[in-house]
Design a protein around this ligand. Sequence first.
Ligand SMILES: Nc1ncnc2c1ncn2[C@@H]1O[C@H](COP(=O)(O)OP(=O)(O)OP(=O)(O)O)[C@@H](O)[C@H]1O
Ligand SMILES: O=c1ccn([C@@H]2O[C@H](COP(=O)(O)O)[C@@H](O)[C@H]2O)c(=O)[nH]1
Ligand SMILES: [Mg+2]
Length: 237
Amino acid sequence: MWRRFAHLSLSISRTKLQSFEPTVLKLINTFSSDSGSDGVASSRKPFITFVLGGPGSGKGTQCERIASTFGFAHLSAGELLREEMSSHSENGELIRNVIKEGKIVPSAITISLIKKAIDSATSDKILIDGFPRSEENRMAFEKIIGVEPDLVIFFECPEEEMVKRILGRNQGRIDDNMETIRKRLKIFEDLNMPVVEHYSSKGKVHKITATGTVDEIFERVRQVFASLRWQVTVIIA
Ligand SMILES: Nc1ncnc2c1ncn2[C@@H]1O[C@H](COP(=O)(O)OP(=O)(O)OP(=O)(O)O)[C@@H](O)[C@H]1O
Ligand SMILES: O=c1ccn([C@@H]2O[C@H](COP(=O)(O)O)[C@@H](O)[C@H]2O)c(=O)[nH]1
Ligand SMILES: [Mg+2]
């Protein structure tokens, strides 16, 4: 599918391209620059979306809806780390301590788990939920994986709502307690937000108001992804 898309996107005139919205233009450029000399994409290149937001803002909940509606593979960095922690691997104890403290696991560990998950994903459309958590994470990802995200979704939610949701989650997470939540909120402001600001300055961020019901929020999210899909369909036709 990606090969065909790249080929057809190149056959569209510049004048027509200018009528597409900026995100779609970036999507087209992403695939165009991945083309071989015959204008056909030479390798598999996933469409990567980073899903960011504070703790409890609803990233995981909305990612499940995006994945089932739009055929994305959902990779939660936190979930990959929790699995690694439970597998009693050599990094298990380190990960447990970092999560308990609400801090950030070293980039090399998280990126290696994300890379494995991307390589074994069954879709070329990937949602990376809850990563990068810092500018250092972001730069390490871009260097090691060699790509930037095509799209960034940022869930904006008031602190009191995030706290209420986490305390009501009841999934036995070692970081779902008031002491760790306070630390996670501070890390979010100090280290996660600069990543959102970085990608905002590059025009990649879609900010979603993350209050209201799950359905109401998904309707806002759906519009972002539906507009991408609609444009792609037009290009292929
Ligand atoms: N719109 C909503 N209204 C009320 N509760 C919600 C809403 N969205 C999600 N929740 C609930 O809030 C809790 C946190 O949601 P979720 O796990 O999706 O957040 P998250 O951003 O992935 O959090 P974390 O960063 O801690 O992993 C869950 O129990 C979820 O069911
Ligand atoms: O890229 C990441 C993602 C997560 N962590 C650590 O895990 C917890 C929980 O993550 P959730 O996304 O909220 O499930 C987070 O507070 C960090 O301690 C990480 O280090 N790096
Ligand atoms: Mg989550």
